[in-house]
Ligand binder design. Structure first.
Ligand code: DGL
Length: 275
């Protein structure tokens, strides 16, 4: 295991923009940590790709972060977490935190009736990532899953309170409404942005679980537990890298994070794939 300087950054990657919801949570819990974020905007979406492609891309994304001396890697993308975590942990000798286990654990802490819904991309749902994890942790739990692919473009477009979002949510969530769930895991980076409409369509009684929040708490525990939390009093530096032109990224990132994104750079795909 490598030993890292406490001031080294945390590396976070996602298939694109959505992982910024995780950056927001990490910075709210850990404001003094520096962050290097990589969004694979040239190859997004991951949610409709095969497992082998997502694993290959995820290894390249993590390698990019490793070259920048990160002290841990957060796989902000639920799709990548659902497929690539074992490969990442095998290849890289540093802590790798994904979204699935933290989200599943938080949902089990919240549920009273042991009926949990999960929404995510096709890949996350088809991989049964959350349901396998939930069933591993509890024998009593019943899991109801639904892929909601159109939520991603709605969030990117900023249509989080648009009537189209309500209509689409009603269609996607109809079966979950009937299933009497008391807890719903938002198993995709973008879905916390649609939390209001999802909550309205289900019922105020259904507890929404943001895996990004759950994972950020795990990151904090990890840093404390290993004694590698940045103990500086200064606010951390945040650097953002993307694999396609950053115009749209900047616009959405500033909306997601609610502030200016100062350091944003496009990298060449060749650099990423090591050619
Ligand atoms: N970041 C992905 C996830 O959380 C959503 C976007 C995509 O399909 O790449 O699953």
């Amino acid at each position: 295991m490598h030993f890292f300087n406490k001031s080294n950054p945390i590396g976070i990657f996602d298939s694109g923009i959505g992982g910024l919801t995780v950056v927001k949570r990490v910075t709210s819990f850990l404001p003094n940590e520096s962050i290097i974020y990589f969004g694979d905007t040239a190859r997004v979406p991951y949610g409709s790709k095969s497992n082998s492609t997502v694993i290959e891309y995820s290894l390249q994304d993590a390698e990019f972060l490793m070259k920048r001396n990160v002290k841990m890697i957060v796989v902000a993308c639920n799709t990548a977490s659902s497929t690539a975590l074992p490969a990442l942990r095998e290849k890289f000798d540093l802590p790798v935190v994904g979204m699935i286990e933290p989200g599943a654990k938080m949902a089990l802490q919240e549920t009273k009736n042991n009926r949990i819904g999960v929404i995510g991309t096709y890949a996350t749902i088809n991989n049964k990532a959350y349901s396998n994890e939930l069933k591993k942790l509890s024998r009593k739990v019943k899991v109801f899953e639904k892929a909601c692919p159109l939520f991603v473009p709605l969030a990117e477009e900023g249509w989080t309170h648009h009537k189209a979002a309500k209509l689409i949510a009603e269609e996607y969530l109809a079966d979950l409404k009937k299933a009497d769930i008391d807890t719903l895991i938002l198993g995709c980076t973008h879905y916390p942005l649609l939390a209001d409409v999802i909550q309205k369509v289900l019922s105020a009684k259904v507890k929404l679980i943001d895996s990004g929040t759950a994972a950020s708490l795990v990151v904090e525990d990890y840093l404390n537990g290993r004694g590698i939390r940045n103990d500086s009093n200064l606010i951390g530096q945040h650097e953002f890298y993307v694999s396609d032109v950053p115009t749209k990224f900047r616009e959405v990132a500033e909306r997601f994070l609610g502030g200016k994104v100062a350091h944003l750079k496009k990298i060449d795909l060749e650099e990423l794939i090591g050619k």
